[in-house]
Design a protein around this ligand. Structure first.
Ligand code: NAP
Length: 502
């Protein structure tokens, strides 16, 4: 079982008791952040009067602004707070390294102290020396939380956890920020004595902190151990991806000891070399494979030992499998794209197809359609890009201009227009232009009902939404990583549930 500590950001002392009660039901420990109160000492009688079993589960913290504190309390207030707080029985105290180093007038029970250090800007070069200084304080527990500016910064955290294990010391180690997410999810299985999870999306106390509910229900942190097969998504951005919901639900339904973690990566080659490639990685972990999204689908190819024909011809890898000492690349976008289409129209050889867009998804769609013998024309706003794809795949091309697509059996939207956010009200083609098209296929999956699909319905077209492709390509990934067939209904339900929440 992983230990989850739920930190509280409560501004009024009278709200503390209720908040501690709720937090204690969400996590194993509750962190009372006295620096959120205008009078920090007001937290002390509340904590003192808690029933014993709750007191044992409280960490009392009073951060300075430099260490992430909320209100700018003076050094005198901080010292006065700790001089009284340190007398409380049962409670754990989170005390910053600087104060512990000069704590002569404060008498902490060091067996109940977490000596902490935070850096909200980077992983400091002297992070190991900081660890050593903490160890020298004789505090029973140490905590290091540093900002990850790249996913590879997580390596420092995992290495520190390895060091603490060798030293037989208790350490909480976290890389903050989106790029540090994997340390929050995998940290406990690598020796971190706890991880922090917020009460809800609105109340994280540190950058990148996710909810205790997501740690338990989405990532199933309680069942992650050193044998857990790790998979994940690399790309940027990845925070709104549905893949963690789809794959983690499928792993759970299949009873597999496996987890899928979103990993925001800027430098894909550096990430693969230091954390993925078996011949050069600096971390020992049970990594089974990765899903790859924009902008890394082509960049990763140079780091792979082998790629399949689809990936090679499309020029993009969206799935990496760790196979012994080798990395293998696949493209499941093509098979994911074609599956829902074949369920409606087989064979493809008689289809006249228009693909709108000339990016990565268009390449996969064109390749798959060509494999099926379809007659394909690519339409792009940039004529030279359309011409380039035409030459690459041996298809026709035209510049995307306002025109009727009547006579086409299939029109594929492979542009991001219509995606949730500031492009939600856009569509690459109008209902008028779609009139006379038999089947309209939108690769955009969020929202599930896009403006393009509404236009297609209005024009009387049969439609396919992007979620079908997303699920079909995820099924292929799951099989590549596990050798097993996932429960497709579970995957679809997880994606649909998340789409409704967003
Ligand atoms: P991409 O590589 O960035 O390509 C996007 C294409 O859309 C480019 O050709 C771009 O043209 C074109 N485009 C952008 N804005 C346009 C506009 N206003 N008018 C006309 N064309 C425009 O992206 P991608 O990876 O191919 O992805 C495209 C979409 O497919 C995304 O929404 C993605 O989420 C979706 N997708 C879905 C799945 C799935 O499983 N359902 C899988 C992969 C991708 P320029 O080159 O001129 O900018």
């Amino acid at each position: 079982m992983a230990t989850i500590c739920v930190p509280l950001r409560v501004h009024r002392p009278e709200e503390l008791i209720g908040a501690i009660d709720v937090a204690a039901r969400n996590g194993n420990l509750v962190e009372v952040r006295a620096d959120y109160l205008s009078e920090p000492e007001a937290a002390l009688p509340v904590v003192r009067d808690l029933p014993d079993e709750l007191q044992c589960r409280v960490i009392l913290t009073m951060r300075t602004p430099e260490q992430g504190g909320q209100l700018p309390h003076s050094e005198d207030v901080r010292r006065a707070f700790w001089s009284r707080a340190s007398q409380l029985p049962n409670v754990l105290f989170d005390v910053e390294l600087d104060l512990l180093q000069k704590q002569s007038e404060l008498s902490f029970d060091l067996d109940r102290v977490i000596c902490s250090h935070h850096d909200f800007t980077r992983v400091p070069e002297d992070v190991v020396e900081i660890y050593q200084r903490m160890a020298a304080t004789q505090a029973r527990i140490m905590k290091i939380a540093v900002q990850a500016n790249d996913a590879t910064d997580c390596l420092s955290i995992f290495k520190l956890l390895g060091r603490a294990h060798d030293d037989n010391r208790e350490l909480i180690a976290i890389a903050m920020g989106h790029r540090g997410l994997m340390t929050r999810v995998l940290g406990p299985s690598r020796g971190s004595i706890l991880t922090y999870g917020s009460l809800d999306d609105e109340s994280p106390t540190a950058p990148g902190q996710i909810t205790a509910t997501d740690l338990r229900n989405l990532f199933r942190i309680d069942s992650i151990d050193s044998a857990t097969q790790i998979t994940g998504l690399i790309g940027n951005p990845v925070s709104h991806s549905l893949s963690p919901h789809i794959h983690n639900a499928a792993f759970a339904a299949a009873g597999l000891n496996a987890v899928f973690v979103p990993i925001e990566v800027d430098e894909a080659v550096a990430f693969l070399r230091t954390m993925v490639r078996p011949d050069s990685r600096e971390i020992d972990w049970s990594l089974s494979g990765l899903s790859v999204t924009a902008p890394h689908k082509s960049t990763v190819i140079s780091e792979l030992n082998w790629i399949d024909a689809a990936a090679r011809e499309i020029g993009a890898v969206n799935t990496i499998v760790v196979d012994g000492d080798e990395l293998h690349g696949h493209n499941t976008d093509a098979v994911g794209f074609i599956k829902p289409l074949k369920q409606r129209h087989e064979p493809l050889a008689d289809l006249r197809c228009a693909v709108v867009g000339a990016g990565g998804a268009a390449r996969a769609a064109i390749w798959a359609l060509k494999q099926g013998g379809a007659d394909v024309t690519v339409f792009a706003r940039d004529k030279t890009k359309a011409e380039f794809l035409s030459k690459t795949f041996g298809v026709k091309y035209q510049q995307l201009l306002p025109r009727s697509f009547a006579g086409y059996d299939l029109l594929v939207n492979a542009t991001p227009l219509g995606t949730r956010g500031n492009r939600e009200n856009e569509s690459a083609v109008t209902a008028e232009q779609l009139r006379g098209v038999r089947l309209a296929y939108d690769l955009v999956y969020n929202p599930s009902e896009t403006r393009f699909l509404r236009a297609a319905h209005a024009a009387g077209c049969e439609t396919i939404g992007g979620l079908e492709m997303l699920i079909a390509q995820a099924v292929a990934q799951f099989k590549l990583w596990t050798g097993k067939q996932p429960n497709v209904d579970v995957m679809r339900a997880a994606a649909t549930r998340q789409l409704r929440i967003e």
